[in-house]
Write a protein that binds this ligand. Structure first.
Ligand SMILES: NC(=O)C1=CN([C@@H]2O[C@H](COP(=O)(O)OP(=O)(O)OC[C@H]3O[C@@H](n4cnc5c(N)ncnc54)[C@H](OP(=O)(O)O)[C@@H]3O)[C@@H](O)[C@H]2O)C=CC1
Ligand SMILES: Nc1nc(=O)c2c([nH]1)NC[C@@H]1CN(c3ccc(C(=O)N[C@@H](CCC(=O)O)C(=O)O)cc3)C=[N+]21
Length: 290
């Protein structure tokens, strides 16, 4: 079955299309005096976070969405950060608030995320929004899980009745994407670091969503022929690793998996750009509700 005919789920192209579609909705908002605006809060100096934040702001500008940048030093206290969030909550010109994760050590992440006005929580990390997702009445759904589902839809394979495996159980990716798959009528397994036989789980799965953060940990040989592979992992190989040169790879070994899968997302150019498109869509939605 290694005929290497996997459909490439092109998140870069799809995200461009989706961001293009947002322009009209943004214009409609602007016409009634509301310019959709995303406030981005970045605490500390994490280089990867800086790259993502810049990319978000560039793409927001393409759609006509305003951004407000709040950079704070790594030694910022939880109280100070809560103060900034209170200001953004109260600012009628701000429709969406994104607090870039991970926060530096010593900041109480749970308290910070719970302090964001749920109506401005375009990341979908507030307990109210996570709860609404569990209830099947989602308001803001986390952007990466949304992007995964959109790319899965692009594969043409319906999740209904299929065996889906989510590898990873974080609150920002694994858990919500598993919930969305349940709601799409898949039969869902969630694997994590204590899973006894990951290979056996992967071999059975019709849909694999990998969100671990370990470079190429899933070999293509494990992928069931005809499965759909959604690779969330973003791993930058160190330049000294063989054949690496600072290359980005996913959690799945792409070349070998593409020989088994019916459809697969590349890294880069898969889930990453879709995350940003879904974030901007959430910002426009928040502005439309005003
Ligand atoms: N493309 C995008 O837009 C985004 C990409 N990412 C990327 O996705 C990846 C995951 O991110 P995130 O969910 O935040 O990561 P976390 O570190 O929060 O979670 C990783 C999960 O993987 C599990 N895990 C660790 N080792 C193994 C193993 N050997 N076998 C099976 N499961 C394992 C952990 O298990 P346990 O719970 O037991 O510790 C945990 O549940 C990262 O590469 C990140 O950069 C993240 C967000 C957005
Ligand atoms: N509050 C919060 N919300 C997030 O959504 C959030 C976060 N914190 N912290 C970090 C993770 C990670 N994340 C990515 C977004 C886009 C790409 C992306 O566009 N990646 C490009 C490559 C970019 C590159 O070259 O480095 C791609 O995959 O093609 C990657 C990762 C959002 N996250």
């Amino acid at each position: 079955m290694s005929d290497s005919t996997a459909k490439i789920l092109d998140g870069k192209a799809l995200s461009k299309h989706l961001i293009g579609e947002l322009k009209e909705r943004v214009l409609a908002c602007v016409e009634r005096g509301v310019t959709p605006c995303l406030a981005v809060v970045l605490v500390g100096e994490d280089p990867a976070s800086k790259v993502y934040v810049r990319s978000k702001e560039r793409k927001a500008a393409k759609a006509g969405i305003a951004t407000k940048d709040h950079r704070m030093s790594a030694d910022t206290s939880t109280e100070t950060l809560l103060g900034v969030i209170a200001e953004l909550n109260a600012d009628p010109a701000v429709h969406g608030i994104l607090v870039q994760l991970p926060l530096p050590e010593g900041i109480d992440e749970q308290r910070v995320l719970a302090a964001v006005d749920p109506a401005k929580d375009v990341d979908g990390f507030h307990p109210d929004n996570l709860g609404l997702l569990m209830l099947g009445r989602p308001r803001f759904v986390a952007c990466t899980p949304q992007g995964c589902m959109r790319l899965l839809a692009e594969s043409g394979v319906s999740p209904e009745g299929k065996r889906a495996l989510v590898i990873g159980r974080s609150t920002i990716v694994g858990k919500p994407v598993a919930q969305l798959l349940v709601q799409a009528n898949a039969t869902v397994t969630v694997a994590h670091s204590r899973t006894r036989d990951l290979e056996a789980e992967v071999r059975q799965a019709d849909i694999v969503v990998a969100a671990v953060g370990r470079p190429e940990m899933v070999p293509g040989a494990w992928i069931k022929p005809g499965a759909v592979v959604i690779d969330v992992g973003i791993n930058r190989l160190e330049p000294e690793q063989p054949g690496a040169k600072g290359r980005l790879v996913g959690d799945v070994h792409y070349a070998s998996a593409a020989e088994q899968a019916a459809a697969i997302t590349p890294v880069p150019g898969g889930v990453g750009p879709m995350t940003i498109a879904c974030l901007l869509a959430n910002v426009v939605e928040a502005a439309e509700r005003v």
